[in-house]
Ligand binder design. Sequence first.
Ligand code: ATP
Ligand code: MG
Length: 400
Amino acid sequence: MHKKYYTLIINRYNYKVIFLVGGLVKSDNKSSKSQKHSNKIVNNEKSNTKESKAIVLQSIGYPFSFHLMESPKLEILDKSLFEHYAREQWVGTIAKEGSYLFDQKILPDFGFKILKAYPNNSMIGETTSIVLVDENEKIKQEVKVDNSNLRINDVIGQDEAKNKCKVIMEYLKSPEKFGQWAPRNILFYGLPGTGKTMLAKSLANELEVPLYLVKATTLIGDHVGDGAGKIHELFEAALKTVPSVIFIDEIDAIGLHREFQSLRGDVSEVVNALLTEMDGIKDNEGVVTIAATNNPQQLDYAIRSRFEDEFEFKIPDENERKLMLKQFIETMPCKVKVSVEELAKISEGMSGRDIKEKLLKSALHKALYEEKKEISMIHFNQAIKNFKSSKNNPPKGMFN
Ligand SMILES: Nc1ncnc2c1ncn2[C@@H]1O[C@H](COP(=O)(O)OP(=O)(O)OP(=O)(O)O)[C@@H](O)[C@H]1O
Ligand SMILES: [Mg+2]
């Protein structure tokens, strides 16, 4: 036991010497590193590996402990200095989510877990952002939609909004090219079920940077002050992992027009917090905010005016309905006896969600209930009838 302790002390001492020398003779430092890291890749492989945009680390501590040595707690005093320090030793290392990086300098073998890598399995390079989160801090709001393979082109129609998403993707690949022309705040609005959330989810799948997808109602807390705090947390998390995208779904729940604010005591404070955070993000800082709503008229004017572009999501036309029907029918567990053309005609005025839920699903369930092997026009007609009668008796909204 004594012997082991002695060796470790020597090791620590040696590392300190290596660190000091390493600061002066950089190449030595690098060669000792490459022997240590099994996930470090050799030069000829580098060209096939993308450079990481950002990695998020959590400090884990030593892989072992021995008494007499206190387990150190890391506190980063200067974030950008820490980034330089970390990059210097890990550049060229493959960042794989769930794997570990070890400090080789001041706290030899002190471990860091890679919580996130954008993209995963990319290589740490000279421009990679390296973010260390506090031990118990989670990047709560972030949702990467991994369980679906949705792509932007799966969203039918809504071309203007899709094109803007492609511009955002270009921007996030090389923010430095855009300068003051960077996209910043974009509003999606339109009738329910027209693909706003679907587009956000598909964008999340296409992006190689974090997307913070939040429903505005989850930003309202139980107590006065909670809402403002949560909004601040959200923007702070996004700023820590730039470049990144914030998507606030159903923003009307928090960004209410002044006229409605008196109805909800905490709302004006939340509106102000949102304005402060949106203004706090400077041009080209690498955070793009997208918000979606059914009711742009109910949005606070100051908030609405912060969006440089507004895109209306429209009810699909006949051709778009045909494409949707084709896409949806392919995955149905029962044969459809009616042509896509005919179904596109009878579904005029329906949104994508209506077509899926109110027409196809409802007809399918009717056919299954009747133990039929095929869905026929009778089932679709019944579904359309129910849809029309429910449209004539809409549920009461929040303010009417
Ligand atoms: N343009 C579209 N292309 C393909 N599918 C669509 C489209 N619009 C809607 N859908 C289908 O309807 C579902 C619901 O759409 P989504 O949740 O994106 O609507 P939304 O605009 O966000 O509605 P809300 O305003 O009620 O939140 C989608 O998951 C998809 O299956
Ligand atoms: Mg939605």
